[in-house]
Design a protein around this ligand. Structure first.
Ligand code: RIB
Length: 304
């Protein structure tokens, strides 16, 4: 599968990322240290930052390959991929537990996530080499930080001339050994931006990102304050579309997938930001991770 990118250039899109079973509990408030709290509801959803972003890309109309690992009980994750229109040829089933999370969603739709990496952390150099062998110069690689071997994947893909897009989430020390100079585009939230740059204020985060990685495009999401795109001296801002928050899980992943789709389709940046903001607002208004991600048709029709 190839996507015709801006100017009709044909490239493949690979997302090397996590697939998680999300155990989601509805709670009045987030459980406190030492507290036992009854939840008022429980659901199992398909998620993982990787899978969510692949499904968002596919629902936005992009042909995407997902690479990753699941355990034997993770068949539902494979099905979600296939049903969502994602190519699952590079997903391996191994004798490990699938990645999973325990997610609390409170009465305001805010969440709190405890992650167990499981099979997502079993990526080997051999597997990376095998997968990347199917891609070439000019193809796009999307990464998050929920699989192991990220530094190796980045180095190999860069060597091959792939365009690397990184969502450094969740931010932890595994990212310290990655060569961010090889990244073409960062999509990150303000907390992650602060962790990458050591700054707290939006403008300073943006300045530092430009100073550290002058060739990279940056999309910084600012929660209720929307998002900012920056590339060299160019900057665009986008507000949020307000909806009643039901569950914020995967809102950022939906934004990421939709914004990348707009880049592939060659949309002007302000249109891409607006499309991504709309898609993510719809995701916030629904329960679950992959289940909450809208189809492009719905996003285009939505009156927000
Ligand atoms: O970004 C949301 C995702 O983060 C959830 O689906 C969960 O699996 C965690 O990885």
């Amino acid at each position: 599968m190839k996507s015709a990118g801006a100017g009709g250039v044909v490239m493949k899109v690979l997302n090397f990322g996590s697939l998680n079973l999300d155990y989601v509990y509805s709670v009045d408030h987030m459980v406190m240290p030492g507290e036992t709290l009854c939840s008022s509801g429980m659901n199992v959803f398909c998620g993982g930052k990787g899978l969510n972003q692949s499904i968002a890309l596919a629902k936005a109309g992009v042909d995407v390959y997902h690479a990753g690992m699941i355990g034997e009980e993770g068949g539902i994750l494979l099905e979600a991929c296939r049903e969502g229109g994602v190519n699952a040829d590079f997903i391996r089933t191994i004798p490990e537990k699938s990645g999973h999370t325990i997610i609390q969603v409170d009465k305001n739709g805010q969440n709190c996530i405890l992650l167990y990496g499981g099979a997502n952390r079993s990526i080997t150099k051999e597997f990376v080499d095998e997968v990347l062998g199917n891609f070439e110069k000019g193809d796009i690689l999307l990464l998050q930080n929920e699989v192991n071997m990220l530094d190796y994947i980045i180095d190999k893909a860069y060597e091959q001339g792939m365009m690397i897009i990184l969502n450094p989430s969740p931010y932890d020390s595994a990212l310290d050994v990655c060569d961010f100079g090889k990244i073409s585009m960062f999509l990150l939230n303000e907390i992650e931006g602060g962790q990458v740059t050591g700054e707290k204020e939006t403008d300073k985060i943006l300045e530092k990102l430009k100073e550290f990685y002058p060739e990279a495009k940056v999309v910084l999401t600012l929660g209720g304050d929307g998002s900012v795109y920056q590339y060299k001296d160019e900057q665009y801002r986008q507000g949020i579309y307000k909806v009643k928050a039901v569950d914020t899980t995967a809102a950022g992943d939906t934004f990421t997938g939709y914004f990348i789709s707009s880049v592939i389709d060659g949309l002007p940046v302000p249109e891409g930001l607006s499309l991504a903001a709309k898609a993510s607002a719809i995701a916030v208004s629904r329960e679950g991770a992959t289940a909450s991600i809208p189809l492009k048709e719905e996003v285009l029709k939505a009156e927000l």
